[in-house]
Design a protein around this ligand. Structure first.
Ligand code: URA
Length: 209
């Protein structure tokens, strides 16, 4: 699949399997999501540009490297996207955060915006949109649209589990946005859930069902 990177590291696959298990507790689910998000962050930032830097070690002068290029924004789609945030901030603590409040209307599955708060200079930054489940793709498509309306041109999308339908829709509307996911599952079911999936990520993360 062009533009889609499946992060199938053994640790990711192991942890995702634990998350899929319906007997996994809320506390375990939350911890596993945080751990996997760190591993996904490692992959989505793999090609960030560097610039040389001269430093002095306790032993002698040395040449090193530091991040160059655009500064980062992490953009969790509320509410389940928040579950991916802390693990990513562990790796890139200086990143800014844009919260995007979108929910799926349970009847129509269409994305409805209820909150949007981003850094003022968001258009100048690389924005990594995060949401655990890329299901119908409606929410992801809407979030990317909102960011593009505010002038953002450099976007990436990270999820935990994607459906083939969700990837197809995201790529149809935003072919310029590369996707990282831990798995691409079989299909969407008639209720708009990913099968086999892991259920409702928000409910499992926050213990609301
Ligand atoms: N959202 C979820 O949390 N899970 C799904 O399977 C689909 C959408």
């Amino acid at each position: 699949m062009p533009g889609v990177t499946v992060v199938d590291h053994p640790l990711v696959r192991h942890k995702l399997t634990l998350m899929r298990n319906r007997d996994t507790s809320t506390a375990q689910f939350r911890r596993l999501l945080r751990e996997i998000s760190t591993l996904l962050c490692y992959e989505v930032t793999r090609d960030l540009p560097l610039e040389p830097v001269s430093i002095q070690t306790p032993v002698e002068p040395a040449e090193g490297a530091r991040l160059a290029g655009k500064k980062l924004v992490l953009a969790p789609i509320l509410r389940a996207g928040v579950g991916l945030l802390e693990g990513m901030l562990d790796l890139i603590p200086a990143a800014r955060v844009a919260h995007i409040g979108l929910y799926r209307d349970p009847e129509t599955l269409v994305a409805v915006e209820y909150y949007f708060k981003a850094p003022l200079d968001v258009a100048d930054r690389l924005v990594i949109v995060v949401d655990p489940m890329l299901a119908t793709g409606n929410t992801a498509v809407a979030a990317l649209e909102r960011l593009k309306e505010r002038g953002v041109t450099d976007l990436r999308f990270v999820c935990l589990v994607a459906s083939p339908e969700g990837i197809e829709r995201l790529k149809a509307f935003h072919p310029d946005v590369p996707v990282w996911t831990a798995a691409v599952d079989r299909q969407l079911n008639e209720h708009g859930y990913i099968a086999p999936g892991l259920g409702d990520a928000g409910d499992r993360l926050f213990g609301t069902r």
